[in-house]
Write a protein that binds this ligand. Sequence first.
Ligand SMILES: [Zn+2]
Length: 352
Amino acid sequence: MKKSMGYRTILSVIFIAWAVLTVQLSFAEQQAVLAVNKVTGPLSVVVLGSGDAMASSKKGRASAGYLIFTDGKPRILMDVGGGTFARIAESGADLSTLDTILFSHLHIDHTADTSAVLKTIYLHNVRGKTKRSASTSPINFYGPAANRSLPQADAFDDTSQFIAGMYGEKSGLERYLHGFVKAIGAGEFAYTATDVSADQFNNVNGEMKPADVKTIIHTADGLTVKAIGVEHGPVPSLAYRIEYKGKSIVYSGDTTSNTDNMLTIAKSTDILIYDAAIMDDIPPKDSAFRKFHTAPTRMGEIATRAAAKQLVLSHLSPITDTRIDQLKSIVKGVGFKGVITEANDLDVYNIN
Ligand SMILES: [Zn+2]
C-alpha cells in the first residue's frame, strides 16, 4: 500500500512538473513571436489588417488597419477595419497611451472595429492602473471632411459628425462608453474630432491646382502627420504621411491614384503602403470596382517617380491575393527599383 502511494506521488510530481514546464514554454514561445516584441527603432508599423471588405478564408486577412509605433510605443491607429480588434489582441500591443486615430475614409472596412478598440484602450488603462483625462489625454480622431460637391458624397458626413453620431455624450449610439469609462476607473472618455479637407484640387484665382500636402499634427517630440485628398470614387478620402526622427511612412488609404496627389505625398518615403485591390485588367474596364482602386502599372509609376524605398502591397482582395507575383512583376516592369513586399496581418516593419 505504502509503495503504491509512493509511485502515485512520484507520478503526480512528474505530471505537475511537465504541466508547469509546458505552460512556461508556450508562454515563452508566445512572447517570442508577439508582434510587439519585434518592434524596434524610432518608427515602426504593425499591419493589423491587410485585406479588403470581403471576409475570405484564403489568408483570413482582417480589413484595413495599421498600428504606428514611435520609439517602441503604440502611438497612432491608422484605420480600424473589421478584424483589427482581434489582431491588436494577437499583437500583444498595449493601447493605454494611444491617443490618435486616423481614418483614410469612412467605408466600413476602415472603421468597423472602432468601438471595440476604444473600449479596449480604456480596459488597458485599467490593467495598467492608469487613468485618462479630458484635458491631458483625449482620443484625437482625424478623417475627411464631407464634400457635398462630389456625386453621391452626401452618403458621407464630416468625420466629426460620424464620431458625434457614435460617441456624443447626449445622443451618440455608443454614448454609454462615457459612463462605462468612469465606472471602471479609467478616468474620462473624452475625444476631439478634426475634419481634414479631402479636396483633390485647390481653386487658385479660378484655376484648379492640385491640392497641397497639409500638416495636421506636429507634436513637441517631433511627430508630424500630413494628409492629402485622394480620389476614391465619390468618397472623400485621405492619404497620410507620418514622419518621426527623419523616417517616414506613407499610407494611400483607398484610391485610384488618378491625380498626382499620391506622388506629392509619397516623395522619398521609407515605406509606402499601397491599396493593391485590383490588377491592370481584372476586373474589366467597365467594372465599378475600378473607380475606387489603383491598378499595378499606375502604382508602379507613382512608387518609381516618388522614389519610395519600400512598397508594401496591402488592402489585398480576392483578385490580387492569388496574383501577388504577377503584381510585383508589373510594378518592377514599370521601373520600380525599391523593395516590394506583400503585407500580411501582424507583419512588423521597422524603419531603422
Ligand atoms: Zn477599403
